[in-house]
Ligand binder design. Structure first.
Ligand code: UD1
Ligand code: MG
Length: 470
C-alpha cells in the first residue's frame, strides 16, 4: 500500500506564509544596522523551517516515483512512504548557509571596501595602490565557513549515494572521513593547535607537563569524530522520530552550551571562545529549523523517512561545529547514548555475533506494541562470546535463549533501543522514542553540568572563566 499526502492544509499554508513573511521582514531590517548576523541567522532558520516543511510535503510523491521509498515495518500495514527526505532538509540548509555568508562579514566587507566610512584613517602606500583594505578582512573566518560548507556538501552527496545504492557497511563507514578533509585542512592552516590540556591528576606521570602535543594523532582523533558522529546516529535508528529527535536534542544542547559563552553577563567580552561559539550557533540554528520541519513529518505515525542522508548530514553538522568550534570533547559529552550504543553494538558491527540487516524492534500485530528484535544463531557461537553473553544476560544487559545443551541459540539485538525494551517491556513506538529522547536529554544536560561545573576538579581552568588557558 502506498500513502503520500502532498498538499498543505489551509492553516498550514497561512502559518508558513506568515512565518516566512515575518522572517524576511526581520532579515531586510538587519541591513539597517551592522548586518546583525545572529538575528539574520534566526530569521533564515525560520525561512529554512517553513520552506523545508512545505517542500517535504510537496516532493513526497516525486521522491516515491524516483524510487526513494521505504516500508514502515512497525505498523500493521507495511505502508510505503517517501524515504531520503533528509536530502530536502540538507539542500534547504545548505542554501540558507550560502545566503547567510554576507551577514557575519557585512561589517568587514563594508570596512574592507570603503574604509568603513572612517575619514580619519591613515592610508598606507600599499593600500592606496590596491584601493581596498582587504588585508583586514577575516579571511580565516571565511575559510572556516566555506570549508564547513564544503564538508557538508560532500557528506550530503555521499549520503544520497548511499540511499540510492545501499552501500555496504564496511565501505560506508569511511564515507565521512573523505568529507572531513576540507575542514581538517582549514584547521591545520588556520588553527593548527594539536596540544591538549593534561588533567591535573595525570600531570605527575608526565613530568608535570600542563600541555601535551598529540601531533598528527590529533588529526586522526578529529577524523575519528567525523566518522563517528554520522555513523553513530545512523545506527541509533529504526523507530519513527528517533533519528531527527536525537539530532534535535543534541543541536539544542549545543546551542545552550554556545549561549553560556554568548549571553551570560559574567563572561568577559570579547571572550577568546566567543567567535567559535558564534560560528557554531550560525551553523546550528538553520539545522534546528530544517530538523523541526522533518520531525513534524517523521514523528509517529511517520509520513516520511529521513534516510541515511539525514543521519550523515546531521552527524557531520555536529562534527564540523565541534572541530572548527574547538569543542570536540564537549560534543562527545552530548553523544553519550550514541557512544554507549556504538560500544554495545560492537559485537554485531564487528561480526563477533551475527548481525541481521535490520535490528529495529519487532512489531507485534496483536498488541500493536514494539518488542525487542532478536538474532538467531544457526552455528554455535565461539565459547568466550557465548559465556560473555550469558554474563550479560545475568546482568540484564541482554536477553538470550539457550537450547537443552546450554548453547546460545538466540539473543536480543545489541542496540540500546532493544535494551530499553528488555528493561521496560513492550511499548508503543512513540513512547519508546520519547523514552530514548528523554535519556538523550538527561545525559546531555548531565554532560554539560560535568563540563562546566565538575571539570574544575580535573583541570585548573574552565574556558568559561577568566583564567582561560590553551
Ligand atoms: C541502520 C541499522 C539497522 C536498522 C536501520 C533502521 C545497524 C548496523 N544498522 O541500518 O539495524 O534497522 O538503520 O533505520 O545498526 N525503518 C522503519 N521505521 C523507521 C525507520 C526506518 O521501518 O522509523 C525502516 C524502513 O523500512 C526504512 C529502513 O528502515 O526503509 C531504512 O533503513 P536504512 O537506513 O537503509 O538502514 P541502515 O542505515 O543501513
Ligand atoms: Mg539508516
Amino acid at each position: 500500500m502506498t500513502v503520500a499526502t502532498t498538499s498543505l492544509t489551509r492553516t498550514e499554508r497561512l502559518s508558513l506564509f506568515s512565518l516566512t513573511a515575518a522572517c524576511i521582514g526581520v532579515l531586510a531590517n538587519t541591513f539597517q544596522g551592522d548586518g546583525e548576523p545572529l538575528i539574520a541567522s534566526l530569521a533564515l532558520s525560520g525561512v529554512a523551517f517553513s520552506s523545508s516543511y512545505a517542500l517535504i510535503r510537496w516532493l513526497g510523491d516525486t521522491f516515491m516515483r524516483a524510487g526513494f521509498k521505504g516500508r514502515d515495518m512497525s505498523k500493521l500495514r507495511h505502508t510505503e512512504i517517501p524515504e531520503t527526505m533528509g536530502a530536502v532538509c540538507a539542500v534547504v540548509y545548505l542554501l540558507m548557509l550560502i545566503i547567510f555568508i554576507p551577514f557575519p562579514f557585512y561589517k568587514d566587507i563594508v570596512a574592507a571596501t570603503s574604509g568603513g566610512g572612517n575619514r580619519d584613517i591613515v592610508l598606507e602606500v600599499q593600500h592606496v595602490e590596491h584601493g581596498r583594505f582587504l588585508h583586514r578582512f577575516p579571511h580565516n573566518k571565511l575559510a572556516s565557513f566555506l570549508s564547513a560548507l564544503l564538508s557538508l556538501h560532500s557528506v550530503v552527496i555521499l549520503g544520497v549515494g548511499d540511499d540510492l545504492f545501499d552501500i555496504r557497511w564496511r565501505h560506508k563507514i569511511l564515507i565521512p572521513a573523505f568529507a572531513a578533509i576540507p575542514m581538517l585542512i582549514v584547521y591545520f592552516v588556520d588553527f593548527g593547535v594539536t596540544h591538549v590540556v593534561v588533567p591535573t591528576p595525570l600531570r605527575p606521570y608526565l613530568n608535570g607537563a600542563i600541555l601535551v602535543d598529540l601531533g598528527w594523532l590529533y588529526y586522526a582523533y578529529m577524523a575519528a569524530i567525523a566518522i563517528f558522529c554520522p555513523n553513530s546516529i545512523n545506527i541509533l535508528a529504526g523507530i519513527n522520530g528517533l533519528e531527527v529527535g536525537q539530532s534535535l536534542v543534541i543541536a539544542l544542547l549545543l546551542v545552550l552550551n554556545d549561549s553560556f559563552y554568548l549571553l551570560l553577563p559574567s563572561t568577559p567580552y570579547p571572550h577568546p571562545a566567543t567567535d567559535s561559539h558564534l560560528f557554531s550557533t550560525f551553523l546550528l540554528l538553520p539545522f534546528i529549523g530544517v530538523s523541526f520541519a522533518l520531525l513534524a513529518h517523521n514523528w509517529f505515525p511517520a509520513r516520511v523517512f529521513v534516510g541515511d542522508t539525514y543521519c550523515y548530514f546531521a552527524g557531520m553538522v555536529f562534527a564540523v561545529v565541534g572541530i572548527l568550534g574547538h569543542f570536540s570533547k564537549t560534543l562527545l559529552l552530548l553523544l553519550i547514548p550514541q557512544i554507549f550504543n556504538f560500544i554495545y553494538s560492537a559485537p554485531q558491527l564487528f561480526h563477533l555475533v551475527p548481525c541481521p540487516r535490520h535490528r529495529l524492534p519487532k512489531f507485534n500485530p496483536r498488541t500493536s506494541l514494539l518488542e525487542n528484535s532478536t538474532a538467531t544463531f544457526v552455528k554455535p557461537l565461539p565459547r568466550p562470546v557465548a559465556e560473555a553473553m550469558k554474563l550479560m544476560h545475568r546482568m540484564k544487559l541482554l536477553r538470550i535463549k539457550t537450547d537443552e545443551s546450554g548453547e546460545v541459540v538466540e539473543s536480543t539485538n545489541f542496540t540500546i533501543i532493544n535494551l530499553w525494551l528488555v528493561w521496560f517491556g513492550p511499548m508503543r513506538e512513540d513512547r519508546l522514542a520519547m523514552g530514548l529522547l528523554g535519556l538523550q536529554t538527561a545525559c546531555g544536560l548531565l554532560g554539560l553540568f560535568v563540563r562546566h561545573r565538575l571539570a574544575l576538579w580535573v583541570f585548573t581552568a574552565d574556558n568559561l572563566s577568566r583564567q582561560w588557558i590553551s
